[in-house]
Design a protein around this ligand. Structure first.
Ligand SMILES: Cc1cc2nc3c(=O)[nH]c(=O)nc-3n(C[C@H](O)[C@H](O)[C@H](O)COP(=O)(O)OP(=O)(O)OC[C@H]3O[C@@H](n4cnc5c(N)ncnc54)[C@H](O)[C@@H]3O)c2cc1C
Length: 459
């Protein structure tokens, strides 16, 4: 009897140590999660566009989702369940949803109040105008991977609809589909259209590659493995902008890519016969369906500051290494501004000042925050928080720093104040704005995923 008691006591002691360690680490993690949640509240009112939706009923608290996010602490564990603590940091990688073993996470777009400035779209990316689709960043989901997936899926939807049209499809001079924009979304849609043997045309106001072509030189592009039409699985997850563009050009050269570059779409009307009439800067086209893959970069937002029209004031940086021994001001507090300031700060002899109107960076990628800290410490970039430019002069700029004017020598200015998305164009076309809350759909999707999972997972 005494032996049994002793054995029990020993077992309890052996189990108590790891249990205590586990509880201590759980407490620590929860404290960190609470701190992150508080920080998240300070910096934003929550997710702005895409974000994970967690079905707590199904979450098994395995923590996989919290460890895979490249943006850091978007998710954390609280009370044994995954919760969103810094939703504003989510840029739609969706790795948390992929990692969840029970399908309790789905990526959703913003709720109606958050998405009031977003076009209304169905799950098939169709707008309020039947057969007019919006894909890629214009629809609210950032990232190349999402743009490529949506390009593929939208063409599949159109292909299915066209196949039920019979002879009504073969009207002379009417395309099956017009694709507007040749960024990642438009390229993917075009390649899928070739794969599915659709009669299509792609119209691009600028050059092939979209926003990617405008990234700074040698920018490292992070992406996830993605199924690329006419190619197959694209497995690279990190490559330079130049290599990604070269890959696209290689694939596009192999196929008969029908694109007209330097042609801006200015008008879209739908006739009584249901056929779209599309007016561009160079001509007119007719099509059964139209895909808008315009991105959201639009026109760079201007500050309206005196002297902004000077040629030294720019809104896009491609070749940072063209600028050496210069006094440079970068304006903005997002990733683009920070990456530009760091890129310029690493060129020989540059003095770089970054002016940001807030008191701290808040909406930037974790890795940029770390690199920026290092640049500030080593003097590669001087950051003027709580500041804003008040005048650009030929050889200097005047900043308002904490309410006091400061004039500093200056050769070049880059402003990264975001862009005006093509909302006016969409409204002119007749696309409705405001999005329905997809949370309910997301949660039923999660349940479906769990129900179709193996009995082992369900148990
Ligand atoms: C600085 C920066 C860094 C980024 N880094 C990454 C990264 O590392 N990894 C990642 O996955 N994502 C990254 N992104 C996001 C990614 O670039 C975008 O999500 C992606 O390019 C969106 O693709 P898209 O095809 O929807 O739009 P876009 O790439 O913006 O392409 C839209 C195209 O439509 C054309 N267009 C617009 N209006 C018209 C019109 N009226 N007529 C004809 N053509 C028109 C435009 O000229 C453009 O070529 C980054 C974005 C930025 C700004």
């Amino acid at each position: 009897m005494n032996d049994t008691l002793l054995t029990y006591c020993l077992c309890a002691a052996v189990l108590a140590i790891p249990m205590k360690l586990y509880l201590r680490s759980l407490k620590k993690r929860e404290a960190l999660a609470r701190a992150a949640a508080e920080k998240g509240k300070v910096y934003s009112e929550g997710p702005k566009a895409q974000h994970p939706h967690i079905d707590v009923e199904f979450c098994i608290g395995c923590q996989l989702c919290t460890t895979v996010c490249p943006e850091g602490d978007v998710l954390a564990m609280l009370g044994g369940k995954a919760v969103i603590v810094n939703g504003y940091k989510c840029i739609g990688h969706g790795l948390c949803a992929d990692a969840c073993p029970v399908g309790a996470i789905s990526m959703v777009r913003a709720t109606p109040s958050m998405g009031a400035d977003m076009p209304y779209m169905t799950d098939e990316y169709e707008t309020s105008i039947p057969n007019l689709f919006i894909i890629g960043e214009l629809g609210g989901l950032a990232l190349i991977k999402n743009a490529v997936n949506q390009g593929r899926e939208s063409i599949d939807t159109i292909g299915k609809r066209l196949s039920t049209m019979g002879t009504a499809r073969s009207i002379p001079n009417v395309y099956d589909v017009l694709i507007v924009g040749a960024g990642p979304a438009g390229i993917s849609a075009s390649l899928r259209a070739i794969e599915n043997k659709l009669h299509y045309l792609t119209l691009e106001q600028d050059e092939i590659g979209g926003t990617v072509a405008k990234y700074p030189r040698q920018k490292l592009v992070m992406t996830s493995p993605v199924e690329f039409p006419m190619y197959g699985k694209f497995k690279k997850t990190e490559l330079s902008k130049e290599n990604l563009l070269a890959f696209w050009h290689q694939v596009l050269q192999r196929v008969d890519f029908k694109v007209r570059t330097g042609e801006k779409v200015e008008e879209i009307r739908k006739g009584p016969d249901g056929v779209f009439d599309v007016g561009t800067s160079k001509g007119r086209y007719r099509a059964h369906a139209v895909i808008l893959a315009l991105g959201r970069t639009g026109t760079p937002r201007k500050l309206g500051v005196k002297g902004e029209e000077l040629p030294k004031v720019m809104y896009r940086l491609i070749e940072a290494d063209h600028y050496v021994n210069k006094n440079i001001l970068v304006v903005g507090g997002g990733d683009s501004a920070i990456e530009a300031a760091m890129g310029l700060g690493h060129q020989h002899g540059n003095t770089v000042t970054l002016s940001y109107r807030k008191e701290a960076f808040s909406r930037i990628k974790e890795r940029n925050a770390k690199r920026m800290e290092e640049c500030m410490r080593t003097g590669k970039v001087t950051v003027a928080f709580n500041s804003a430019p008040v005048e650009f002069k030929p050889d200097s700029v005047v900043l308002d720093v904490n309410g006091s004017p400061q004039e500093i020598p200056n050769d070049f200015v880059w402003i990264f104040a975001g862009g005006t998305p093509p909302n006016d164009f969409l409204k002119k076309v007749g696309v409705q704005f405001g999005m329905r809350d997809m949370t309910a759909e997301a949660s039923s999707e999660a349940k479906r995923a769990v129900q179709s999972a193996s009995p082992l997972v369900r148990a």
